[in-house]
Ligand binder design. Structure first.
Ligand code: PEP
Ligand code: MN
Length: 360
């Protein structure tokens, strides 16, 4: 099928690494109605940082029965929005039929979702369907933190002759999710840039899952030398048919972009140090949350000890706990002395807290 690529020059330059000016992809999680698409596109087209209008047309839902997207109708609305505002469009594809329909309706670029990237058969089918076009392809990271799988997807598109490729870092499923919807694991996104030399943008909406974290995570992404941002925008976020909690209004996007400090690539290192530091910050925050949870449990135990007339300090229990922790520390390759010191400090604080409760 003939594909008319009407991608503006500045976007082509961005893929070729010539442009370092702010690059933002924005738009609704899902295209819901022509009015919603047009209102969003009109507002976004007034923001010079916004280069592409994103919208989900077929929505991958965890369970059936939810809103699964407006399908081909939405592609017609997106085409009209592009003609009216000049904003090129970006749509998620998961099957060769999606690709065919996107080509038919002159979608400017496509993205592959996190649930699709996990399946090399599906990625290969998409690469085959796009072969012979020069459609830009954005590839989200797979839901699981598997860098090779992510890189493998790019290799499949490269082999199919597609040259405008970029990653979208949207976070990973991880045991330590909180406070994120998807844990960032910044280092993996930085690795992709280093290993594959690809441009990577950060989908802060799917990392955060909630509005209040967006600004800080967007700034962090920029500080780590990501090449741009993806942010979900809806004229009336609370009424959105998908991902209502994480979408913001165009006005809120304007404020968020105004407050961001954009940096040029040359003003930071290659991301290694900042990436690792960001990871450490997240781990420390996790340690603090766990400490707070431990203290909470300790207070409950303090109440029970009081009711049962027990002493706050129980030497046998403490000896057993410490021995177990030191044994676990060994299996994790941690130093006995450090682990003992840390747990002695935690235990001391816990006993002091319980002693206070017992004296109340
Ligand atoms: C989306 O961008 O709306 C989406 C479904 O994202 P992901 O594939 O990252 O879950
Ligand atoms: Mn979404």
């Amino acid at each position: 099928m003939f594909f008319r690529n009407i991608l503006p020059m500045d976007i082509k330059q961005w893929f070729a690494n010539y442009s370092h000016s702010p690059f933002v992809v924005a738009g609704p999680c899902s295209a819901e109605s022509e009015g919603q698409v047009m209102a969003t596109a009109t507002a976004l087209s007034a923001m010079p940082e916004v280069r592409l209008l994103r919208a989900g047309v077929w929505k991958p839902r965890t369970r059936p029965g939810g809103f699964e997207g407006r399908g081909e109708d939405a592609l017609v609305w997106l085409h009209r929005a592009m003609q009216a505002t000049g904003l090129p469009t970006l749509v998620e594809v998961a099957t060769p039929t999606h690709v065919e329909l996107c080509l038919k309706h002159e979608v400017s670029a496509v993205w592959v979702g996190a649930r699709t990237v996990v399946n090399p058969f599906m990625v290969q089918q998409l690469a085959d369907a796009l072969c012979g076009t020069d459609v830009p392809v954005f590839v989200k990271n797979p839901v699981t933190p598997d860098l090779k799988l992510w890189i493998g997807a790019f290799e499949r598109f490269q082999k199919a002759g597609l040259s405008c490729l970029a990653g979208i870092h949207r976070g990973f499923q991880h045991f330590a999710q909180q406070p994120y919807r998807n844990y960032p694991m910044w280092e993996l996104a930085m690795e992709l840039t280093r290993i594959a030399g690809l441009r990577v943008i950060t989908d802060v909406s799917h990392i955060c899952g909630r509005r209040d974290l967006l600004a800080a995570v967007a700034q962090k992404a920029i500080d780590l030398a990501t090449d741009g941002l993806m942010i979900e925008v809806h004229p009336s976020p609370d009424d959105a048919l998908s991902d209502a909690q994480q979408q913001i209004t165009p006005g809120q996007l304007r404020a968020l972009l105004t407050n961001l400090k954009w940096r040029t690539k040359s003003s930071v290192d290659d991301g290694t140090l900042v990436g690792l530091r960001a990871e450490i910050d997240d781990v420390d925050a996790e340690v603090l949350r766990l400490l707070a949870r431990r203290m909470e449990l300790s207070r409950h135990i303090g109440q029970l000890k009081k009711q049962n007339d027990m002493a706050a300090f129980q030497p046998d229990r403490w000896k057993k706990v410490l021995a177990e922790h030191v044994a676990t520390a060994h299996t994790l390759g941690l130093d006995d002395t450090i682990v003992t010191e840390v747990f002695e400090a935690i235990h001391k604080a816990s006993v002091e807290e319980q002693t206070k409760i017992m004296g109340d």
